[in-house]
Design a binder for this molecule. Structure first.
Ligand code: ZN
Length: 323
């Protein structure tokens, strides 16, 4: 009897980190051992260091669909869960990245930008290679032409989507369940068009975690991992998704590139202070009154995509406005 109790106690100890906390992580990679493009490249040396880190700290690398299933059910994603995604379909994944994933037996999801494969671009995988990749991971959709959807007409976006999906079906006999916005760019109009395709989940490229209970299946955060050391990777693992965040202002990309007022509502009325992030401007401390943040920022940004974020303690939520 006593022995059984000890066993149960040990089991609870073992399980407790999984039961108490909930924020899985989805990472995105692009190129592997391709030093020509440092902002989207990771060395396989670093990749191994990251994989070893996960093994050492008992993270569980799951298929992306496992995390999506949790989100769909509104269930917490365990802290220990990690899923890997790879965007675009660069040949360097096939030649350099895939062997490492296979060596560790880690599942992954490759989001294919179909045009590059269909038109046989030099740096991209072939249909044959995609078939081979599909033996070890899953293939999903990243548009046909990898265009800036925010600047394309609704008809152009639909034509692009239809063409890519038709080719995926023709060559791989597959109807994708998941989608990633090209460049992570989207607004309400783009989001509504994508929704009409009935994907189970749509992913962005906003640094963050996936809580599951409060994650919008059409706006799932993924953190990019690049560079030649794994310090950033470990740092990302600490981020948690802040739930109950409602971005009110700015509602669209400001034409003059000045973010005037940031207005955010928080469900948790007990929060007294937060940090606000604006692209090019870093983080700023603000007061929260009765769940409401009104920050007269007047900050200039110098890009076509603005990230605005809110952080409370170590939990964050980011959103993107595209031109
Ligand atoms: Zn891409």
């Amino acid at each position: 009897m006593r022995k059984v109790n000890i066993l149960i106690f040990q089991l609870l100890l073992f399980l407790s980190p999984y039961l108490l906390s909930a924020d899985g992580h989805i990472f995105v990679y692009h190129r592997f051992d391709d030093n020509r493009y440092p902002t989207t490249n990771i060395s396989t040396k670093t990749l191994r260091a990251e994989f070893n880190y996960l093994k050492k700290h008992n993270y569980k690398v799951v298929p992306l669909s496992d995390i999506v299933n949790k989100i769909k059910k509104g269930e917490k994603v365990p802290d220990s869960w990690v899923a890997f995604t790879i965007d675009d379909g660069f040949k360097s994944f096939y030649t350099n990245g895939l062997p490492v994933f296979r060596e560790y037996g880690y599942p992954f999801t490759l989001f294919v930008a179909v045009k590059y494969t269909e038109e046989k671009y030099k740096d991209y995988v072939s249909w044959k290679q995609l078939e081979n990749i599909a033996k070890y991971g899953s293939l999903e959709f990243h548009s046909y032409g990898h265009g800036h959807f925010g600047r394309m007409s609704s008809e152009q976006i639909k034509a692009d989507m239809d063409k890519g999906l038709k080719l995926m079906k023709e060559h791989l006999n597959y109807e994708p369940r998941f989608f990633v916005y090209p460049y992570g760019e989207y607004d309400n109009r783009v989001e509504n068009i994508i929704k009409s395709y009935g994907f189970q989940a749509v992913f962005n490229q906003n640094m963050g975690a996936v809580n599951g209970e409060c994650t919008n299946a059409y706006d799932v955060d993924r953190s990019a991992v690049v560079g030649s050391n794994s310090r950033d990777f470990k740092l990302y693992l600490k981020f948690k998704e802040l739930c109950g965040v409602h971005f009110v202002k700015p509602a669209s990309f400001p034409k003059d590139k000045v973010v005037k007022t940031v207005e955010i509502n928080l469900d948790d009325k007990s929060i007294k202070s937060a940090d606000i992030f604006i692209s090019n401007n870093g983080w700023h401390k603000v007061k929260v009154k009765n769940g409401k943040i009104v920050y007269h920022a007047n900050k200039r940004v110098n890009r076509d995509r603005i990230k605005i974020g809110v952080k409370v303690k170590s939990k964050i939520k980011l959103m993107v406005l595209s031109k």
